[in-house]
Design a protein around this ligand. Sequence first.
Ligand SMILES: *[C@@H]1O[C@H](CO)[C@@H](O)[C@H](O)[C@H]1NC(C)=O
Ligand SMILES: *[C@@H]1O[C@H](CO)[C@@H](O)[C@H](O)[C@H]1NC(C)=O
Ligand SMILES: *[C@@H]1O[C@H](CO)[C@@H](O)[C@H](O)[C@H]1NC(C)=O
Length: 610
Amino acid sequence: MALTQLLVALVAFAIGVHSAPPPAGWSLHRRADPDALIPLKFSLAQSNLDKLETFLLDIADPRSPNYGQHWSPARVKETFRPSQETIETVRGWLTQDAGIHADKIRLTPSGDILQLDVTIAEAESLLRAEYYVYSDDEDGSVRVGCHDGYTLPDHVSKHVDLVWPTVHFGGPRSISRRSESVPPSSRFGRESGASTIPIENLAALAESGCDTSVTLDCLRELYNFDFTPVSGDVNTIGVAEFGANVYRPSDLNLFFNSFRTDQVGHTPTLISVEGGDPTVSGSVGESSLDIELIMGLLGPGQNLSLYQVAQPKASLDPTDELLAALDGSYCSVSPVGNEGITDCGNKPATNVISISYHFNPDLNDPSISPVVQRQCAEIGKLTLTGITIIASSGDGGVAYSQSHECLLPSGVLSAGNPNGSFVGQLPASCPFITAVGSTSVSPGASTDQVEESTTDFPSGGGFSNNFPRPAWQDSAVQNYLDNFVPDYAASVFNRSGRAYPDVSANGWPLVIAEGGGFVHSGGTSASAPIFAAVIAAVNDARIAAGKSTVGFINPALYSDAFAGAFNDVQVGSNPGCQKQGFPAAPGWDPVSGLGTPNFAKLRDAFLALP
Ligand SMILES: *[C@@H]1O[C@H](CO)[C@@H](O)[C@H](O)[C@H]1NC(C)=O
Ligand SMILES: *[C@@H]1O[C@H](CO)[C@@H](O)[C@H](O)[C@H]1NC(C)=O
Ligand SMILES: *[C@@H]1O[C@H](CO)[C@@H](O)[C@H](O)[C@H]1NC(C)=O
């Protein structure tokens, strides 16, 4: 039977025409050798994933009697592990229908992946696919895959999330964007919409207002953030830095000497992922910003953990490395089939994790969607255990962050074409993330006045093409769509998608020490750690009151009980794709979200919950 299928498949391919070009950044090199052996991996569908949101609402909806009763990691693992039926269905297909000897098929210890070594010819027969060798346009490295797609029998496909190697070319590698500001070795990006500006005379800044220089004092006034930790011995917060984004203790000291003398000499506690080392040479902009803001706002009574995530192989998606380090059951699930990931569930998860990077465009595309959906589900599972994951919304407005690309009707990403539709970005558009946009103090305004959306760069926001709009933001988003959305054609953005950002915080022009001097810096890169510090302070108060951490906060933030906890930003917009983007408006909007935090009110609203 397998042979018949193979013949049919080969005939079909012989007369077939390639439907799609290879993914951007890769060239078809040659047809794969039919006798070459490849490890073929079937990522099995997780159980109960359709109930993830229900499980989360049960502990995160402020109206739920079980609010705050987070799950243990063991319960999460047990609940979502692929079912026996899933394992047996896929195994049965491979052995009975495809005639593969049972001895050749291995189930990984985590129970998530069936793996077997097959020849290219066998893989092509199994998957009705045509395998090629592709070469990376940048570094010439080669990879095997079948970008034209593959097919599984109907009764099998619902039990399989992904097959490796097929159409997915490995996280950010396949979709890295060429951009002048991104070094070729960088497969992902920090948010960097606005370039830093050196400050010549720090003393002179003392005279200026928070509209021209944002210091820690400005942030405290803007967000009603009067905070001294009382639970610092048990509370935790972490910041993730990827690749060669590193900090120098001398920069922290320079900053603390001027703005937070009780932190002089302190550095974050290192949690090294895949050997990540903050002392190597690298770029200091992102890490300095994140660490100085969090440590500066929280003070010495609360330690900051630094997840320094190395990227030992270009084929590894740093998102997967971080997720695998926090949850061992994700390790074998990693796209590119876990090659090289060694930190599997052996790193502690902090109560809050701040991420100022973007990894993937939010495109509904077979080479991207299964990967980002699996990553987002994993983020949801982590939040189920009481962790809050906060990410910057991007610095490209309604276009894809760093490269400002938009999606053409042909399916290609392109910058500077008026026909492009809006493109969101991961991880911000994942509904289990709290996405943070950027604001600035209006020219001449005081910190008593509500900020406006940043004009120095367009703050990222919009609607997902992968994740539907969750119920908890339904009425807020519908209000915007009904009353304030510009008259865009239906193809310009996905009205049914998860809308973001959820909240915002100052993103420009922050006073930061980096590279031995002071600069004006920012971006949504700054907004995320500021908001993360606010949530860490909320956890501090809840822990002191004998309550759990806040975990997945989005359902609470959008609920009526939190209506007064945000300063409603109503001025500004986030242009991109040669359009005005979305204007800010009363209530939630896809530029500033619900607004900037009022810490004291936010804390009290969370303290009022069980
Ligand atoms: C922070 O970390 C340092 C070094 O590990 C430790 O000595 C200190 O007690 C910690 N502070 C708190 C508040 O836990
Ligand atoms: C945009 O689309 C219009 C209508 O299809 C087409 O005529 C025009 O050439 C396109 N512009 C670009 C820059 O591709
Ligand atoms: C819009 O988003 C939904 C998920 O909410 C998705 O199913 C749909 O395919 C998306 N549409 C486009 C054009 O990407």
